[in-house]
Ligand binder design. Structure first.
Ligand code: DAT
Ligand code: MG
Length: 149
């Protein structure tokens, strides 16, 4: 089953949106298989955002992502990578549809409250930054048969 890396960023934690955001993915029908509350080191942040090295917003992005604790999560489910990106909404919250997480709770591209992997390959790379494979829990969600055929 497909997995993705989702992270509630420091602004999401500070603003008290942790429960609300987790609840959306639970209710959708995805399965939580790993979760940590931590503060990223600068090294982790630079690794996480390696694709953006050299861009004008990179330094600010790293400072922001290490400015406070985050919730690091691994979620599993059918097409979870693309579906969770849809649930998050556009990178710029001003362009994100109102019902999405960024559309509902954020206004600024530099404070967009959640990260989600953009492909299964990115998910694998990002998950390896935050989790040992033994920290991703295999379990059966008893309602699974009511979520997928
Ligand atoms: P996403 O987080 O939707 O995958 P991304 O990978 O293109 O977006 O960029 C990573 C983060 O960097 C994004 O969540 C917010 C920030 N960012 C992206 N483009 C930016 C820009 N033009 N100005 C300021 N911050 C930006
Ligand atoms: Mg991205």
């Amino acid at each position: 089953m497909e997995r993705t890396y989702l992270m509630i960023k420091p602004d999401g934690v500070q603003r008290g949106l942790v429960g609300e955001i987790i609840s959306r993915f639970e209710k959708k029908g995805f399965k939580l298989v790993g979760m940590k509350f931590l503060r990223l080191t600068r090294e982790m942040a630079e690794k996480h955002y390696a694709e953006h090295v050299g861009k004008p917003f990179f330094a600010g992005l790293v400072d922001y992502i290490i400015s406070g604790p985050v919730v690091a999560m691994c979620w599993e489910g059918k097409e979870v990578v693309s579906v969770s990106r849809e649930m998050m909404g556009a990178t710029n919250p001003a362009k994100a549809a109102p019902g999405t997480i960024r559309g509902a709770y954020a206004v600024d591209i530099g404070r967009n409250i959640i990260h989600g992997s953009d492909s299964p390959a990115s998910a694998e790379r990002e998950l390896s930054i935050y989790f040992e494979s033994a920290e991703l829990v295999e379990w059966d969600r008893t309602v699974q048969g009511w979520i997928t055929e």
